[in-house]
Design a protein around this ligand. Structure first.
Ligand SMILES: [Zn+2]
Length: 148
C-alpha cells in the first residue's frame, strides 16, 4: 500500500457562499457537486496538492446539518487519499478501530469513501478516499496501469 496523502480538509458551512473568503485569498472553486449519500452540496478549492471541501447540507437531517446545529460551522473532517480502501478498512477493523462505514460508499468526483468513527481519530473525523477517475494522480506512483 502506498502512503496516504492529504486529499482535503472538509469544512461545514451553512452556505457555499463561505467560499468568498478563500476566493479573496486567490483560490478558486474548481468543482461543485451534490453527494446524495451524504446529503451535502460540496465545493472544492484546490490548494496545491490538497483541497478545501466546503460542505453545505441539503437536508436538515444530514450529518453535516446536525454537526452545524451542535457545534457551529467549522472544520468537519480530514480526508486521506489511499490506493486500496478495502485493505485499509480491514487493517483498521482488525486493530479494533471503530468505523462509520465498514465498506466504501460513493463520494465526490466518482471516488469511493469511508469514514472512521471520530472516537478512532481522537475527536477528528477521518475520511478515506480512493480516487477511481484520476489516472494522472496514479501515474506518479509508478503504478502498473498501462498508459493511454
Ligand atoms: Zn470529504
Amino acid at each position: 500500500m502506498n502512503k496516504p496523502k492529504l486529499d482535503h480538509i472538509g469544512i461545514a458551512v451553512r452556505s457555499l457562499d463561505a467560499a468568498k473568503v478563500y476566493e479573496a485569498l486567490g483560490l478558486k472553486i474548481e468543482h461543485v457537486e451534490t453527494v446524495e449519500t451524504q446529503k451535502v452540496k460540496t465545493a472544492f478549492l484546490s490548494v496545491g496538492d490538497s483541497n478545501l471541501e466546503l460542505l453545505e447540507p441539503t437536508e436538515p437531517d444530514s450529518a453535516v446539518a446536525k454537526f452545524i446545529e451542535k457545534r457551529g460551522e467549522g472544520i468537519h473532517h480530514i480526508c486521506l487519499r489511499v490506493d486500496n480502501i478495502e485493505e485499509h478498512l480491514e487493517a483498521l477493523k482488525a486493530q479494533g478501530y471503530r468505523l462509520i462505514n465498514e465498506a466504501p460508499v460513493p463520494g465526490a468526483h466518482g471516488s469511493r469513501v469511508a469514514f472512521l468513527h471520530p472516537s478512532a481519530g481522537n475527536g477528528v473525523l477521518i475520511e478515506l478516499s480512493e480516487a477511481i477517475n484520476h489516472p494522472e494522480e496514479r501515474s506518479e506512483e509508478g503504478s502498473a496501469e498501462p498508459s493511454r
